[in-house]
Write a protein that binds this ligand. Structure first.
Ligand code: SF4
Length: 312
């Protein structure tokens, strides 16, 4: 569930209120019978557990997040537990979820929750967004999924569903527009519980049925109201502007290899051990420098004989 940046745009065609209500009802009814049984949705979930799931899910699929989330919550069941954890332990537990800065931000967030809110995640949007690593999307998700409060939860899945159903286009623009935000807001019911149900149901519909590459329209509860389907599935007008996420040979891959080495290492890794993970000296040094700058790695020993480890 990746948050998205915003951009200005003209208004979209308004969708009639009765149609919005019908789309919502069909989606929520479908959700009742099809929602995945995920631990962060259980009755005994905590706001902190929901936050951990949202941060992990930002760039990592559910299948990889679920075991990591369970292990994390067993080890650090409350913000106070995580706040007291050593950064190196947090980074090891993050393991291969990717984008490990998220792990340190989550720990920073836990510390702020303890210091500012007595260890309880706030319900207020402004207070949530003042916490480290919590932006518009995550604050909205925590309000809806943890506290059952009304908010406009607009991740890539929901944006795609609304783009297709209401706008009749294959995929939304690369950056979130103000018009999309208004459209999404029009779908959110006034009642807290109903709004939280719509948030979860629309997101699940995007994740399971209205997927980016191969939507399963035959299984879709709103197929009879879908503007993109009615228009004959016109092609993605923004295709040329979309970034493709390559992996092999990128700095992300090199950073991942260095982090994997240090997660496994029992002692600080000398420079020759770091050199063994990637043969391109310039790229490897650039990546190591960026990991040091991000606080994900620390240097020990002298500049003549440096060694590297996860931050203590
Ligand atoms: S009918 Fe197809 S394209 Fe339209 S919302 Fe359903 S799955 Fe998505």
């Amino acid at each position: 569930m990746s948050p998205v940046p915003a951009a200005a745009s003209p208004d979209l065609e308004p969708v009639p209120a009765e149609e919005i209500a019908e789309i919502r009802d069909l989606t929520v009814d479908w959700f009742v019978g099809h929602a995945r049984d995920l631990p962060w949705r259980a009755e005994d979930r905590t706001p902190y557990g929901v936050l951990v799931s949202e941060v992990m899910l930002q760039q990592t699929p559910v299948v990889r997040v679920e075991p990591a989330w369970r292990a994390w919550m067993t080890r650090w069941p409350t913000p106070a537990d995580l706040a007291a954890a050593a950064p190196a332990d947090v980074l090891r537990a993050w393991d291969r979820l990717g984008y490990p800065r998220r792990a340190l931000r989550l720990r920073d967030c836990a510390r702020a929750v303890v210091e500012r809110h007595g260890g309880e995640l706030p319900t207020d949007d402004t207070e949530l967004r003042a916490l480290p690593g919590i932006g518009e999307y995550t604050a909205a998700a925590v309000r809806a999924f943890a506290h059952g409060l009304r908010s406009t939860v607009l991740d890539t899945n929901v944006r795609r569903v609304l783009a297709r159903v209401a706008e009749g286009i294959a995929l939304p623009a690369p950056a979130l527009t103000a018009a999309e935000r208004r459209l999404a807001g029009a779908f959110v019911p006034g009642d807290d519980a109903a709004a939280a149900r719509w948030a979860a149901a629309s997101m699940e519909l995007g994740a399971l049925v209205c997927t980016a590459r191969s939507p399963r329209c035959e299984a879709c509860p709103v197929r009879g109201l879908c503007a993109w389907r009615a228009a004959g599935f016109p092609a993605d007008a923004h295709a040329g502007r979309r970034r493709t996420q390559a992996w092999a040979g990128t700095d992300r891959q090199v950073r991942g290899r260095i982090m994997a080495l240090l997660r496994e290492a029992l002692e600080p890794a000398p420079a020759f051990a770091i050199a063994a993970v990637w043969s391109d000296d310039v790229q490897r040094e650039r990546c190591l420098a960026s990991l040091l700058a991000d606080g994900l790695v620390e240097q020990v020993g002298s500049d003549e004989e440096p060694a590297y480890r996860l931050p203590s």
